[in-house]
Design a protein around this ligand. Structure first.
Ligand code: APR
Length: 312
């Protein structure tokens, strides 16, 4: 068992999938699922615990409505929020989710001031900033989940296209989550073989485009919700790297302080995750085109932060 306690905030699709994965991987002695909805975390938590004898895992899963049981959690994975509903503008959603994240983070600061926060709620880069500001935690302990999901989607499409194992595909994407992500073609390889030797530029471009729109592709199928299996797996992989001090290099949203020539914003960059959270940001060489794409992505994050500040 890696740590004593990990809390997942939000017992919806992403959150409940996270808690189940955390328990099945036995990443913590206790996995706490917290949500404001009456009965939902309790019911899902109990259901998951009842699967433990079959799965053979001893992580205790508890579902709760308040934060007392979360005291002392080493990690919080935040998935709480609402999805955009018909008639609701992006600004409305931004304001509501910022309010949710602020209230959640005040509780986290109160019950677990030494914890590490992994932000999943969208718009991810902006919600991570709200968490950083509300908790007052150092940047090492507030990290956003974006790049692990985007690279997983990219790698899954490459594996299908080439009909090779997903285990052999390495890829790196930078930038904001989703539409403005910056896939680095020169850092994508199949067992060390550059992707450009295996696929034409046209095919690579098509896979990149599908990755950028990967979230939308799932929403179009589901109609009433968004992706959750892959987002949850991505957040749990980050938690695993931290609790096992694996020092994995994963693309995550980190609070930049001069890296890549940028300051005071969350953006997806290669991060080393291990004990304590973010251990290091790696700066890789970028082409002029990639630098411009990263700057465009940063501008998008900055304008969303500005829109939120104007609403508050
Ligand atoms: N505290 C705790 N839980 C909350 C709060 C709050 N203040 N406000 C809302 N929630 C809960 C809801 O009750 C709901 O159970 O957050 C949960 C959200 O679950 P879903 O609606 O199923 O959303 P989900 O698909 O899990 O996505 C959650 O992750 O990937 C992102 O874009 C996605 O921002 C979204 C988030």
């Amino acid at each position: 068992m890696s740590v004593k306690k990990i809390t997942v905030v939000g017992a919806g699709h992403v959150g409940a999938t996270c808690s189940q994965l955390l328990a099945q991987k036995e990443l913590a002695r206790e996995v706490i699922l917290v949500d404001i909805a009456d009965g939902i975390p309790q019911g899902k938590g109990l259901d998951q615990w009842e699967s433990a004898p079959i799965e053979g895992c001893d992580s205790r899963v508890y579902g709760v409505n308040d934060y007392e049981k979360c005291a002392g959690s080493e990690i919080f994975i935040i998935t709480a929020g609402i999805a955009r509903k018909p008639g609701m503008s992006r600004d409305d959603l931004l304001k509501i989710n910022a309010g949710v994240i602020t209230s959640v983070c005040k509780e986290i600061k109160r019950v677990a001031p030494e914890s590490i926060v992994i932000m999943v709620t969208n718009p991810l880069d902006v919600m991570a900033q709200v968490a950083l500001e509300t908790t007052g935690f150092p940047r090492e302990r507030v990290i956003g989940m974006a790049g692990v999901l985007d690279t997983a989607r990219y790698r899954s499409f490459i594996a299908l296209e080439l009909d090779v194992s997903i285990e052999d595909i390495q890829a790196l994407v930078l930038g904001g989550h989703g539409d403005t992500m910056v896939p680095l073609a020169s850092y994508t390889s199949v067992s060390g073989i550059p992707l450009s030797q295996l696929l034409s530029q046209d095919r690579i471009d098509a896979l990149v485009e599908r990755t950028r729109k990967g979230g939308g592709e799932i929403v179009a199928y589901l109609k009433t919700g968004s992706a959750y299996y892959a987002p949850a797996a991505a957040a749990v992989q980050m938690a695993e790297a931290i609790v096992k001090d694996k020092k994995r290099i994963l693309p995550c949203a980190a609070w930049l302080q001069g890296e890549y020539g940028m300051k005071d914003l969350y953006l997806g960059v290669p991060c080393q995750l291990g004990e304590g959270g973010l251990q290091r940001i790696l700066e890789v060489e970028l082409s002029a085109e990639e630098t411009a794409a990263l700057e465009y992505s940063a501008e998008h994050v900055r304008s969303t932060v500005a829109a939120l500040k104007a609403l508050q």
